[in-house]
Design a protein around this ligand. Structure first.
Ligand code: 5GP
Length: 185
């Protein structure tokens, strides 16, 4: 663990680190290289899913030296709960049309898959030139809807995680690592 992660942990003793900031940064750089290679002839529109993917998207796009653009959607989330209710709604739509554009959805975590399958269904109707998904984390244990992942940072066990954009009741989004809360599932 690097000294920065250790200093954060001192302030948040309720956390246990699952993925250190160094490991995260190295993986994000590798994903960026892969995406840069795959999209070299047709730079993508990166579509971030608010709010959780903000930190990942910010780091990822700076690891893609291509003329990319980015936009955001917001989808109803779990609120202060740690388990999905299965209800999904679009709260904020894209600013521009995506017809004939190469769209890469950037998501924080693929858990049950309900959010991503709903979002992909919505976006597919708009006839983009291509539509693929890059997720930082995947939790295969609780899958309800299978989707094809073009890029995945890490597979993680069935634990509720926070940090690097992910929250618990709006807290912990600013952690530079991924952690679990002691006492949570
Ligand atoms: P899904 O629809 O795949 O079940 O869940 C996707 C959304 O649920 C994610 O974008 C994220 O907002 C939330 N989520 C799922 N698992 C976790 C988790 O372990 N921690 C946090 N903070 N959010 C999660």
């Amino acid at each position: 663990m690097n000294p920065t992660d250790a200093a954060w942990l001192k302030r948040f003793p309720e956390l246990e680190i699952l993925i250190t900031s160094d490991t995260l940064q190295a993986r994000v750089r590798a994903l960026g290289e892969q995406i840069t290679h795959d999209y070299r002839d047709h730079p993508p529109l990166l579509v971030g899913v608010l709010k959780g993917s903000l930190v990942f998207l910010a780091d990822l796009m700076r690891a893609i030296p291509l003329p990319v653009a980015y936009d955001f959607v917001a989808i109803s989330s779990y609120g202060a709960e740690t388990h999905s209710t299965g209800q999904v709604r679009l709260l904020k739509d894209l600013d521009s049309p995506i017809r004939d554009r190469h769209v890469l959805v950037v998501e924080d975590i693929y858990d049950t898959g309900l959010t991503l399958s709903y979002l992909l269904g919505q976006l597919r109707q708009r006839e983009p030139a291509s539509l693929r998904v890059c997720t930082l984390l995947s939790k295969p244990a609780r899958r309800q809807a299978e989707i094809e992942l073009a890029y995945c940072g890490f597979e993680i066990p069935d634990r509720f995680v926070v940090g690097y954009g992910l929250d618990y009741a709006e807290r912990y989004r600013n952690l530079p690592f991924i952690a679990v809360l002691h006492g949570q599932s």
